[in-house]
Design a binder for this molecule. Sequence first.
Ligand SMILES: Nc1nc2c(c(=O)[nH]1)N[C@H]1C(S)=C(S)[C@@H](COP(=O)(O)OP(=O)(O)OC[C@H]3O[C@@H](n4cnc5c(=O)[nH]c(N)nc54)[C@H](O)[C@@H]3O)O[C@H]1N2
Ligand SMILES: Nc1nc2c(c(=O)[nH]1)N[C@H]1C(S)=C(S)[C@@H](COP(=O)(O)OP(=O)(O)OC[C@H]3O[C@@H](n4cnc5c(=O)[nH]c(N)nc54)[C@H](O)[C@@H]3O)O[C@H]1N2
Ligand code: SF4
Ligand SMILES: [Mo]
Length: 726
Amino acid sequence: MTTTTDTHCPYCSLQCGMRLHGEGSAVEVVERPDFPVNLGALCGKGQSAAALLAPGARLTTPLLRERPAGPLRAAGWDEALGRVAEGLAATRRTHGADAVGVFGGGGLTNEKAYLLGKFARVALGTANIDYNGRFCMSSAAAAHRLAFGLDRGLPFPLADIPETDCLILVGANPAETMPPALRYFRELRERGGKLIVVDPRRTRTAEQADLHLQLRPGSDLALALGLLHLVIADGLLDQDFIDARTSGFEPARAAAMAHWPERVERLTGLPVARLREAATLFGRAATGMVLTARGPEQQSKGTDTVGAWINLCLATGKAGRPNSGYGCLTGQGNGQGGREHGQKADQLPGYRSIEDPAARAHVAGVWGVEPDSLPRSGRSAYELLDSLGQPDGVRALLLMGSNPVVSAPNATHVTERLRALDLLVVSDLVLSETAQLADVVLPAAQWAEETGTTTNLEGRVILRQQALTAPEGVRTDLRVLRELAERLGGKGEFSDDPEQVFEELRRASAGGQADYAGISYRRIRAEDGVFWPCPDEQHPGTPRLFLDRFATPDGRARFAAVTHRPAAEEPDADYPLYLTTGRVLAQYQSGAQTRRIQALNEAAPGPFVELHPQLARRLAVTEGELLAVTSRRGRAVAPARITGAIRPDTVFMPFHWSGAGRANSLTNPALDPTSKMPEFKLCAVRVERAQAAGQTQPAGQAQPARQTQPAGQAHAARPAHPKKVR
Ligand SMILES: Nc1nc2c(c(=O)[nH]1)N[C@H]1C(S)=C(S)[C@@H](COP(=O)(O)OP(=O)(O)OC[C@H]3O[C@@H](n4cnc5c(=O)[nH]c(N)nc54)[C@H](O)[C@@H]3O)O[C@H]1N2
Ligand SMILES: Nc1nc2c(c(=O)[nH]1)N[C@H]1C(S)=C(S)[C@@H](COP(=O)(O)OP(=O)(O)OC[C@H]3O[C@@H](n4cnc5c(=O)[nH]c(N)nc54)[C@H](O)[C@@H]3O)O[C@H]1N2
Ligand code: SF4
Ligand SMILES: [Mo]
């Protein structure tokens, strides 16, 4: 029988609508032209997403490690879950509940993220749960809450973008990271609106801009302050808006006045004339938007940096009004919903604080437990990974939906910490680099094999519908959590029916900031998604926030009192260049999924180091030659890609690969004090020809499309680790 199911892409936060068309276990992705966000358009990742559903391409049986340094072998579910439950319980008995940790992901559905948070607090009783979203947009989330009292990535639908007069895109490269969204920027320019792109590289996105500000990495804070300075000097403030709808302007004004154009030119490397051009375009526009992505956010001053861009919007009256505002382009498939319902260290569902007595009482009521039994705040993502295997740290870890061996900063150190665990349990679709280190690997069902909601970058809650039955041997994450909770014999009820879990999430979120109480699967199907907050079934949902008031106690948006400061590590004589990192179109994140898909692997076969021709000449490097990049934390080797599109003082590496070409062997785990975001976007490095540096192995080259080994076969043996204790 042929079936057609409407669903959404498993990858990024655009959550493009797609249709799965198929017979039996074979499905193909076809267009779904009626879904408003992407109107049928998909990037190559979405088009090829079904390839990983095939049994040969993914895990179909649990895997167990018998001896600390032995290989992984196939096992039955009963044995695998028994081992996990016993191991977690033993760690809890010996070292206390907080010695058990949980690490989640922004790709998990709302139902999974919610149940994972409940599982940690109720079934395990641990404070130590956090997730990879900490590495993603957490600085923007923190700045949002400080300024507006509420964090939703975009306060308006994407469809508003073409209506604004001037848009500043800061450290975002949607041409590679969300191509179907380019339509909105194109329409903006067709209407006569201006597009300004701020990026140290002339990306495919920057090529489409009216003005490209090719700043020095890490200088966005100075740039935003400098633009505010010029706007003030040119009399372009919206004083009525400042008086009526904001608080705290004076210290923000004083900080901006200390960032005069020549000083900002020195800090950013941008000529004063360019700064003036940008300030005039934005300041004079009747409406305007600033959108940030990972460029300015993944810095040890990311929260302050985003705050400075919000200041620019507030000072010019470009927030809380139609076709104006600040927004963050969230990244992961459920990067928005995944940060709302309790998989963060300090959070309970509905974007509630775990330290707030009223929030604890409400959620404990829904969960049927005593408020006092709920743990308090735990460690943030990098702090949690850094604590693994340490005497007072986490000693048994359940990891669901992340591949930190590739994606965490200072990854060599993080890998060592993972190896020092008493027990590592990884739920994944494939044998990721992190799963290869696990004691127990649990094969999870995939997006097309289960139903669940995600919340896209606009705050639109949408429904992925099951189109296929998962292969034998694979279980859903919800079922794994339910069965583990039962084996652990604790309090609370755990359902594995997604709609039932969503119904519980509605109740748990009711009255919170991210209020889903009025959203149901039925409504989502009928309405192309529903925007939160949506407190009851009659409520239409909230596509646009802050039009009447901001979500602060007095309804006013708050200016941030911020000044420029250097990065945690600036270039010096030993490490004279900036390294920045990011993405390419055909690979997704740690590459665990996309490196297993042939078409994508052909399009982007391996890591590389982007460098300017001037730098290449100085280093006597030719195109494709292997380069050794060294930072204070490690070294990576990858071929040179010479391009005039990058600053001569900066090199760029994508972070999608493991092995010798892993960018995160180099990156700096210096954390933003507020958001705990690591400084992925810049560190100081030295670059040499690999041969000159004594490297002769052609390491870091394209990796062949690796297939997961069939069930029953021995899997990667893990090198022995001295810290391994059992
Ligand atoms: N193809 C693809 N698409 C993806 C993903 C993927 O892995 N692959 N991941 C998804 C996820 S989770 C995310 S978070 C998003 C990320 O989406 P983006 O933020 O658009 O992607 P990045 O490449 O990380 O960074 C954007 C730009 O920041 C620039 N940049 C580097 N340093 C600085 C700086 O100091 N200041 C400024 N202003 N810019 C700087 C880089 O040159 C880069 O062009 O993409 C999502 N979509
Ligand atoms: N140098 C550098 N490092 C970075 C960044 C950067 O810009 N530069 N960006 C950071 C950002 S923004 C992000 S978001 C992180 C992302 O990095 P990761 O957290 O590693 O994200 P993914 O590679 O998407 O890992 C998801 C894993 O979960 C599996 N998976 C997918 N869906 C499911 C599911 O439903 N259930 C289960 N059980 N497993 C699933 C996938 O197969 C994959 O192995 O990387 C960060 N690291
Ligand atoms: S843009 Fe994002 S959601 Fe859309 S098809 Fe590509 S990866 Fe999927
Ligand atoms: Mo992300």
